[in-house]
Every structure is written in C-alpha cells, then in structure tokens.
Design a protein around this ligand. Structure first.
Ligand code: NAI
Length: 257
C-alpha cells in the first residue's frame, strides 16, 4: 500500500479502459486493473501504467458473475487498502447484431448482466466501503460510469446494448442521489464512436459516416479522449456536479440543421 490515490477500472486491460488506466497512472494513481480473460493485454496496460508514473495491480474476474464480482471487489480492497475512485468501464456489445424483432433472450440477459447488473452490484459493494470510510472520518470517493451515446440513440440491431446503456444513466442518477449525503459524487461519461476492438467490425461504415459529417468534430474518438475526461473528474475538476452526464462524443449528440 502507498500514499497514492487508489482506483479500480473494470475492463481496464484494453480499449477505453486502458486509456483510462494510463491517464490515471500519469497523475500518479495506483490502479487496480480488472479484466475478464485477456491477461496479456492487462499486463501490457499495467506496464504502461508503471511507465507513466503510476502503479498497477491486476484484478481478474467476470463482473457479470456474482461470485467472481465479489472476488474482484475483495481483491481490489486487498491490493489498494481503500478506494478513491471506481470506474465502471467494462462492457460488451451483443455477440451478434440482430434486429429487435429477432433478438434472443440469452443475448439480452448476457448484455444486461455485463453492462448494467454487474456494474450496479459491484458499485453497491464498493460504495458501502466508501460510505464506511466517510463515516469513520475519511474522505469521500468518486464513481464514474462509462455509458454511451447508445443510451439515447436507437440502433435496432443491438437493442439490448442501447437498453443497458439507457439504464446506466438512471443507475448514475440513483447512485448520485443515494450517495450524496456522504459527499460521494457520481458521474457518467457518454463516449461517442471510439476506435477500439468493440468498433473494429463497423469501422468502414463509421469512417464513411464521419466523412459525411456525422460529428461536428470530424474524427474517431480515441481511448485517451475518455482517459482525459476521467482524469479530470478524478482530479476533482467537477466538485459541484453529481448525477452529471458528460459527453465525450465529438458533438454527436447535438441536433443540427
Ligand atoms: P472493448 O471490447 O475494447 O473492451 C471492453 C473491456 O471490457 C475489455 O477489457 C473486456 O475484457 C472487458 N469486459 C467485458 N466483459 C467483462 C466482464 N464480464 N467482466 C470483466 N470485464 C469485462 O470495448 P471498449 O470500446 O473499450 O468499451 C469500453 C466501454 O465503453 C464499454 O462499456 C462500452 O460499452 C463503452 N463504449 C464504447 C464505445 C466505443 O465506440 N468503443 C462507445 C460508447 C461506449
């Protein structure tokens, strides 16, 4: 244990999660990097965190599985001693894009378990720790949920994903409300199109849409773009905001004429 500030980033081994890990590490944080199966990627992220001036510990586990989720929480508190920041980043797209009229219940359950139920109950466990810390005279932690523009944008070939991300916005509001007596602020970041493994399969299609002016800022977002936003929040940049949705989407959300 050290004097560093302590964070857990779920799904921190690659993509947006890794961008968040590296941004926090550059500010000196110790980051517990949760990953489900790709240890090599998580080890790379940890090495990058140390190179950036931070510290890192790997915390394997599947946040959709109750027993494994409990192990992630316990291992995090064991490695970190305490928790200043929880970043609920892990998420998945449906394995197969299916029209809403064809979507299967198994896919719905899987996506909802990973994207909504897992983060909610992981947060419940770790928020109790944050509450206890404040009750014992310690400082409040912060929570950042990684939502999506899909929380307000219909894509009928991945409805379960959209529903899970819409649910995350209410989860953010509920947690912000519930935890406000302890000064624990809760934020949601809604990324736009970010270049990661998740979007690899739709890259050519989205390249064309971006070229056609889909976003006022005409480029793909990168994991660092989300990392910078999380690091700003983690550094205390928004002390008078909670339940707040922060869009990091190149302006995608704007209605335009
Ligand atoms: P990715 O597929 O590259 O990475 C997802 C990460 O989550 C991986 O590290 C994976 O191991 C982890 N993960 C998945 N299921 C897990 C589980 N059950 N337990 C523990 N870890 C698990 O995806 P990407 O793009 O980095 O996405 C990260 C987050 O950002 C997700 O919540 C995603 O929905 C969200 N997002 C992504 C956007 C994009 O354009 N790439 C846009 C908006 C939101």
């Amino acid at each position: 244990m050290s004097n560093r500030r302590q964070a857990l980033v779920t799904g921190g081994g690659r993509g947006i999660g890794r961008g968040i890990v590296l941004a926090l590490a550059a500010e000196g944080w110790h980051v517990a990097i949760n990953f489900r199966s790709n240890r090599e990627a998580a080890e790379e992220a940890a090495a990058g965190a140390r190179d950036a001036g931070g510290e890192a510990t790997l915390v394997p586990g599947n946040i959709a599985d109750p027993a494994s989720r409990a192990e992630v929480a316990a291992a995090t508190l064991d490695a970190c001693g305490t928790l200043d920041l929880l970043v609920n980043n892990a998420g998945m797209a449906p394995r197969q894009r299916m029209d809403l009229l064809e979507m299967g219940e198994a896919s719905y359950d899987e996506v909802m378990d990973v994207n909504l139920k897992g983060p909610l109950f992981l947060t419940q466990t770790l928020a109790r720790h944050m509450v206890d810390r404040v009750d014992s005279g310690g400082s409040p932690g912060q929570i950042v949920n990684i939502g999506s523009i899909s929380g307000f944008t219909s894509s009928t070939n991945r409805s379960e994903y959209c529903i899970s991300k819409a649910g995350m916005t209410m989860m953010t509001a509920l947690l912000a409300d519930c935890l406000s007596p302890w000064g624990i602020n809760v934020y949601e970041i809604q990324p736009g199109m970010i270049e990661t493994d998740m979007t690899r399969g739709v890259k050519a299609r989205y390249d064309a849409l971006i070229d056609d002016g889909l976003t006022p800022i005409p480029r793909w977002g990168q994991p660092e773009d989300i990392g910078k936003a999380v690091a700003a929040i983690a550094g205390g940049a928004l002390p008078f905001s909670t339940g707040e949705v922060i869009r990091v989407d190149g302006g995608f959300h704007m209605h335009r004429l």
